[in-house]
Design a protein around this ligand. Structure first.
Ligand code: ADP
Length: 554
């Protein structure tokens, strides 16, 4: 056993060690800065000196600037040299790295792997991933490239260490992103599947409703068609083809024009263009050529089909054969015309005979007989008005109503009508205002017929105690006669139809006798005078009928 060292010996050893440490630090600094290119290692056989072959200052400065860690390793694992990057990868000062065993900076579980790598490195260039153990105990993933290197005084192993932390982090992030992407893909695949199922279901529904529409359209006794928003026809039902004997190619788009009666074509086109431009429903009557070469009257009707924003995306239309109705109406008109003509003559005779009996002076008639004669006269007068209205309707319909026009003062005619009113309806309260002179060109008899018809309607459709007004004045270049009552009034729908032939309001509350001819005749007479007959009315509030006639220009 060695004898304990004296105080002086220990002091001496301590001084020597301090000198050695100082020298070591100087050497490290000198190597780093490139001032020396050798390092002394304490080997088994005493100190060994290592110098870098072909090392020069520039080369070492370059190594110092590298982004990778660079190490020169002794066979026994001592770090002969390392750059500051390697030390900073370990979070250690350079002096605590250089001269140390590299295994101190590799976690235990990687020792075997490192050994294998460094062993291979002595014979060939090798690479491998090894973790470094940093000062704060972290494991830093690194790529190590090993390579044998010849120094002047022996061989060493050169190691280039690349920090893989950032790369590993991005790989990790990439992995996470990939996983997320996969999840999203899975969700998308699921949604796609649902969507496809939904589309398949909807397509099936659509196919079914299309089939139902086709079945329905093909089995109704009416022609059905659809068109694009620009009016070109893109579908007809079967009825169209059997009716016209034409193909889709012949009649698609605007090809239907060829089956319309030439006399009805312009009116039909006008109505269709108007509906296309305004989006208003299309309703028109025209004659259609059947496949047997005969024309039949049809009612054409179409409505626009709109999307949620109100844009027209298609038109749905129908053509209904109304030939039978037309023929019936014609027969009815013919019957009315014949019947009214036939009734006129015996009525005139009956009226004449009644006049003669009434004027019979030779013998006094018993009062009861006089009364019967008067009643018969009133009944015959009513009958005569009815027959003459029927005749007028027939004539108007046939375009045969004659008007002999003269220049006259319409105000005089209005005043005559006011006088008539007071005789006919002495119990009714009348308000009247009439401009003195209103010269017009017209048929006084026909215009009196119109005014008296409006007056009798005002009386007929208002309560006994209520007031009736007749106002006549000029409005610009027109003469306007207004007949105002505060009677039952008319609804909007009734107002629209009031001037139609034989139209009567079917209101059970106010049932009165009549045939719905008076307003039709009146409006046709006024039209024939270049004027207009208007109505303004509120249901339950009363009505105002106004005749507008052009005044004579001076
Ligand atoms: P009618 O002989 O039936 O009175 P009109 O052609 O004169 O025939 O009138 C047609 C319909 O118009 C009538 O059935 C009536 O319902 C309505 N009408 C006409 N004048 C008035 C009015 N002043 N007030 C309310 N309804 C009226």
């Amino acid at each position: 056993m060695e004898a304990p060292k004296s105080y002086d010996q220990l002091l001496e050893e301590n001084r020597e060690l301090s000198i050695q440490l100082e020298e070591a630090q100087d050497a490290i600094h000198a190597i780093r800065t490139g001032r020396v290119d050798a390092v002394i290692v304490q080997g088994e056989d005493g100190h060994e000196l290592y110098t870098l072959k072909s090392a020069d200052q520039a080369y070492r400065v370059f190594i110092e600037k590298m982004n990778e860690g660079a190490i020169t390793l002794h066979k026994d694992g001592t770090i002969l040299y390392c750059n500051s990057k390697f030390a900073s990868m370990l979070n250690k000062p350079l002096e605590k790295v250089m001269g140390m065993s590299i295994k101190l900076f590799i976690p235990l579980e990687c020792h075997q792997k490192f050994q294998k790598l460094s062993n291979q490195g002595w014979t060939s260039n090798t690479k491998g991933e090894i973790n470094l153990l940093t000062a704060n105990g972290e494991h830093k993933p690194c790529l190590m490239s090993c390579n044998q290197m010849e120094l002047e005084d022996g061989v060493a192993l050169s190691l280039i260490v690349t920090d893989l932390t950032a790369q590993k982090e991005s790989e990790k992030q990439l992995l996470i992103k990939n996983e997320q992407l996969e999840q999203v893909e899975q969700i998308t695949r699921g949604l796609n599947f649902q969507l496809e199922a939904l589309i398949a279901e909807r397509t099936q529904e659509l196919d079914l409703s299309r089939e139902q529409f086709k079945f329905l359209a093909d089995n109704i006794p009416v022609i059905v068609w659809t068109s694009k928003p620009d009016g070109s026809i893109d579908y007809y039902n079967n009825r169209w083809y059997t009716y016209t004997g034409l193909t889709f190619e012949e009649t698609k788009d605007w090809g239907w024009e060829k089956v319309i009666h030439p006399a009805d074509l312009q009116g039909t086109l006008r109505a269709w263009s108007h509906s296309l431009a305004t989006g208003e429903p299309y309703e028109v009557e025209y004659r259609f050529l059947r496949n047997d070469g005969r024309y039949h009257w049809h009612l054409g009707y179409a409505l626009p089909f709109k999307d949620k924003s109100g844009n027209i995306i298609a038109w749905f239309g129908s053509c209904t054969d109304i030939e039978d109705q037309k023929q019936q109406i014609e027969k009815r008109d013919e019957f009315i015309s014949i019947a009214s003509h036939e009734l006129k003559t015996p009525l005139t005779s009956a009226k004449g005979y009644l006049e003669i009996i009434g004027a019979y002076k030779k013998q006094h008639l018993p009062p009861a007989v006089s009364e019967y004669i008067n009643k018969a006269k009133t009944a015959v007068n009513k009958l005569q008005t009815l027959v003459s209205d029927l005749l007028d309707v027939s004539k108007i319909h046939a375009g045969q109503l004659q008007y002999d026009l003269i220049d006259f003062n319409l105000s005089d005619l209005v005043n005559t009508c006011i006088e008539n009113f007071t005789h006919l309806y002495p119990d009714r309260h009348l308000v009247c205002e009439c401009e003195k002179v209103m010269l017009v060109k017209g048929n006084p008899g026909r215009l009196e017929q119109v005014i008296m018809n409006l007056i009798s309607n005002a009386v007929k459709y208002s309560a006994a105690g209520t007031e009736i007004s007749i106002l006549a004045h000029k409005e610009g270049s027109n003469a306007v006669i207004a007949i105002i009552d505060s009677g039952i009034g008319l609804s909007d729908e009734q107002k629209q139809r009031i001037f139609e032939r034989f139209y009567r309001v079917e209101d059970k509350k106010f049932l009165t006798s009549g045939l719905g001819m008076g307003l039709y005749i009146s409006s046709e007479i006024i039209k024939a005078h270049g004027g207009e007959l208007r109505v303004s009315s509120e249901y339950g509030e009363g009505s105002t009928f106004s005749i507008e006639l052009p005044l004579l220009q001076k």
